[in-house]
Design a protein around this ligand. Sequence first.
Ligand code: AMP
Length: 349
Amino acid sequence: MRTVGIIGGGQLGRMLAIAAARLNFRTIILEPQADCPATQVANGQIVAAYDDEAALAALAQSCDVITYEFENVPVSAAEFLARSKPVYPPPKALEVAQDRVTEKRFIQNCGIPTADFHAVDDQAGLEAALADFEGKGVLKTRRLGYDGKGQKVFRGPQDLPAGAFNELGGVPLILESFVAFDREVSIIAARGIDGTVSCFDPGENIHRNGILHTSTVPASLGADTAEKARGAAKAILDSLGYVGVIGVEFFVLPDGSLVANEIAPRVHNSGHWTEAACVVSQFEQHIRAITGLPLSDGARHSDCVMQNLIGEDIDNVPAWLSRPNALVHLYGKAEARPGRKMGHVTWLV
Ligand code: AMP
């Protein structure tokens, strides 16, 4: 096996391509935007839409295995590719992760608690769902939400929902019960072609304006809660016959129990710390998994904090570089727009 195809040309694709190169794999990126972050470090790019069948056929022809760096790859594109080449993670993982209702049902079927929820298809449905949750809840688009976009929080009956259905674009929604969590954690886990599962230690995540701000490892979790997170990740991976790295986000309740929030069928922002604090990063782990190489055991040699560099945070890079024990990783994006992920830094503590 020599060439890995990656659908999506953002920073996750970039970091996968770097990891692939270190193990002697070539990478080809399928991405409509030319000179994207991934292509800057890859061996080639097919500049085309993700659902362009001629481009997908060309990708399949030039690669031995195909993966993706974002969960909104059209399922039909992944299934098309899977007819001629292995596609990891399996297209089924995309199908589950693309719709929050399907995702919650799937997670519950794995025996893992989630927030209670109602599918909401119109304003009357929203009012009925809110009444069931005593006026409190988080309303989200079922599809295509990210970084807190496409969400609205209801804090009680005083938050009148008039017009709220249309405010989120009149698309199918989900109302989740409001989870009064103590903290948010995530676990990055991998499953190999032979079914071996390996987890990194859970990290504790802080979000700002709906975007991940920091991940701290170790998370302040009891050993039993950390073990539950590993068990939940394994159940999800096994149930999907998964191959590759997955991110699973949880809320931790005051009694230490876990409520799964969502899964990301790809390498995950909350796992970027692994490149500084583990011998093998999540990116290399993913490449190992999808090419049938042995997985790392996920061992961590240091405690650390990862912080995203968003928008004009990029101006602070010289100061970060002067800091001892800090590893800076930049994404090659020309323009620093507000809210745009420009890079991240991980410092060992
Ligand atoms: P998500 O897009 O589902 O990751 O949600 C973004 C953030 O909103 C989460 O990281 C939480 O901080 C918050 N959030 C999402 N869903 C809920 C919920 N059901 N209850 C409380 N907070 C939530």
